[in-house]
Design a protein. Structure first.
Length: 361
């Protein structure tokens, strides 16, 4: 579900801008925190866009070493100079790799720019301690350590306003400017300006067979639309191939249908465990968050004890604020923009105050 702040029309927004710069976010940063040398609270990676991928040289990579950190339990890979190359969290399939610098921005919607050397990718298996010795991981890491193939962030920005359409070999549009949902036929007085419940198969306009035998049936009025959880299911599920459930209560494992279902599921690792949905349950330790983490919010009093919005952590902007991307009713689609609430997880803004939990899939 989306927030209920002031409604405005969706601006025209630019997509992903890739700059040949030194990354200024490098949000693998949180990995050198309290568990290591006293007094070190943050170390930002600096990756150089050299056409080869990561920030380490071949010689340094020959001296790569692994270490373990806690809260949450994870494995960290460093190069010969001690720079972090990758982070893998126990129970999660998303891994964060250091790669070429990129800048994400929406200049017509926000002044925020996230310049980062972080690339978030989905692994074929959930991480466990010692997985670096497994054949599946060695093959996966060899393929993606220097890859410029679209990661979760690149895919996520393929649905912001102004993003060009992409079609598969069957002619199905699988990417391009996405709406949040159709206009509410009774208007905002009926509760919302736009209707929710637009899933990834509604955007695609094709039937989707789930593993439990349920067939997702697209609605014509929801074509090219993704509500907040539908957007996450599109990026992580349909595009990155994370298993999907047909609903919150379907049998089997996978990513549930709603923000509330995702937050309360057993999938992945709970980075900021859910304590409750009241304002007193706002988590204080957001420095635990990493790029690609799912963040969950309580925006609407009408949903009672349910969490009603989900987004994905992008990283720190050039002013040091922690930014996330999500599909929102006010903007009518995916954005890191400020309409309907600034996209910051730190401070005391709309979304910062309504954050309740986070999960690393």
């Amino acid at each position: 579900m989306a927030g209920k702040a002031k409604k405005k029309s969706r601006p025209v927004v630019s997509g992903l801008v890739v700059l040949a710069l030194v990354g200024t976010s490098g949000y693998l940063t949180v990995e050198l925190r309290k568990q290591e040398k006293p007094g070190i609270t943050e170390v930002r990676n600096v990756g150089v866009l050299d056409g080869g991928g990561g920030s380490g040289t071949s010689k340094a990579r020959g001296e790569e070493r692994w270490s373990r950190l806690e809260n949450p339990a994870r494995s960290v890979l460093r190069d010969g100079d001690g720079r972090i190359q990758a982070v893998f969290t126990d129970g999660a399939r998303t891994g964060t790799l250091t790669g070429p610098a990129r800048t994400f921005e929406e200049p017509t919607s926000t002044s925020s720019k996230v310049s980062t050397t972080d690339w978030v990718r989905l692994m074929p298996e959930a991480w466990k301690k010692g997985a670096e010795k497994k054949k599946w991981f060695k093959e996966w890491y060899a393929e993606y350590r220097d890859s410029k193939e679209d990661d979760l962030f690149a895919v996520a920005f393929q649905y912001v306003a102004g993003a060009p359409k992409k079609k598969d070999e069957r002619g199905t549009t699988y990417a391009g400017d996405a709406h949040f949902g159709p206009l509410n036929p009774v208007g905002a007085e009926g509760g919302d300006l736009r209707l929710e419940q637009s899933d990834f198969y509604d955007y695609l306009g094709v039937q989707y067979p789930f593993r439990d035998g349920t067939i997702g049936m697209p609605e014509t009025m929801r074509a090219n639309a993704l509500d907040c959880s539908g957007y996450i299911r599109m990026v992580l599920g349909y595009r990155a191939r994370y298993p999907l459930m047909s609903s919150d209560t379907a049998s089997g494992d996978g990513l549930p249908r709603t923000a509330n279902g995702m937050a309360r599921s057993d999938e992945g690792a709970d980075v900021l465990p859910l304590a409750g949905v009241s304002s007193d349950d706002r988590p204080s330790n957001i420095d635990q968050l990493q790029p690609g983490d799912l963040v969950f919010f309580k925006l609407d009093a009408r949903t009672k004890d349910r969490l009603d919005h989900v987004g994905m952590v992008l990283g720190h902007d050039t002013e040091g604020h922690l930014i996330f991307i999500s599909s929102r009713e006010e903007v009518n689609g995916p954005t890191i923009g400020d309409i309907g609430g600034v996209s910051r997880l730190d401070g005391n803004g709309y979304y910062a105050k309504t954050l309740r939990s986070a999960k690393r899939l």
